[in-house]
Design a protein around this ligand. Structure first.
Ligand code: IPE
Ligand code: IPE
Ligand code: MG
Length: 247
């Protein structure tokens, strides 16, 4: 399949159904410019728009963005306030456009520690965009892969205790049904920006066979062109899933 984009090289090959991104490097971007860290987060919102546009343009069905980890609650109060403020601003200012573009937004993570105003804004964007069919956008907020797995184990354990489930019946599909990402395919491509080679507690179950692209670019500098580079890199990979040849 060839997807032609204006003024640039075509993408030859399969388009990933699901792209996940660890958006990293906002603090370093700000530090490089002698700006406070929150200015890097603010600039990072533009890169979010670029990633969404690029994904839509080539027909990605699911885009998952890691916006804030459970461990990020351990950052200085001032930075947490700035990040929650930006999330609220994003949810309020982008809601109508995302709805218009038929993008269904879901916020996945443990929203309990979030302040009520931000929580309300994220609930509203989910409500407003529900049923959008062009693309599903997951914003992972207050998210931890290990916590997600622990939550799923607890859910299944309760079902066993209530006598609804025999432990022998528990399989991968059932576990997946108890994750935040229930109903979604695993990511085909994971992009991490800022040159860090780690997954930082992100989608530990779902990334089992995901192709990983590390971009040296800091998140606020991430553009459509970097997104397409990552997809091109993905298209050169041979996905084997443990077999001898590509399956
Ligand atoms: C990513 O940028 C955004 C969040 C983790 C919330 P960072 O804030 O981690 O930026 P660096 O890694 O310090 O440069
Ligand atoms: C991962 O980035 C979390 C997000 C991008 C939201 P971090 O900057 O928190 O990860 P570490 O601390 O470098 O591993
Ligand atoms: Mg970081």
């Amino acid at each position: 399949m060839t997807t032609q984009r204006n003024g640039s090289l075509p993408l030859d090959g399969p388009i990933p159904h699901h792209v996940a991104i660890i958006m990293d490097g906002n603090g370093r971007w700000a530090c490089d410019r002698d700006l406070p860290r929150h200015e890097g987060h603010r600039e990072g919102m533009k890169a979010v728009r670029h990633a969404i546009e690029a994904a839509m343009e080539i027909g990605v069905e699911y885009l998952t963005l890691f916006a804030f980890s459970t461990e990020n609650w351990n950052r200085p109060e001032e930075e947490i306030l700035a990040l929650m403020g930006l999330l609220k601003l994003y949810a309020e200012s982008e809601r109508d456009e995302l709805k218009e573009k038929e993008i269904e937004v879901r916020i996945l993570g443990d929203l309990a520690p979030m302040d009520p105003d931000t929580r309300e804004a994220v609930e509203e964007i989910q409500e407003a965009t529900r049923g959008g069919t062009a693309m599903r956008l997951n914003l992972m907020v207050s998210y931890s892969g290990r916590e997600e797995l622990l939550g799923a184990v607890r859910t299944l354990a309760h079902r066993v205790r209530r006598g609804e489930l025999d432990p022998e019946q528990i399989d991968g599909t059932m576990l997946e049904g108890a994750l935040h990402t229930r109903g979604l395919p695993d990511p085909d491509l994971l992009i991490r920006t800022s040159g860090e080679f780690r997954i930082s507690n992100f989608m530990l179950w779902q990334l089992a066979y995901t192709e990983i692209h590390i971009s040296p670019v800091l998140w606020p500098d991430f553009t459509r062109s970097e997104f397409f580079d990552a997809v091109r890199d993905y298209q050169r990979r041979e996905r084997r899933f443990g077999r001898v040849t590509a399956g």
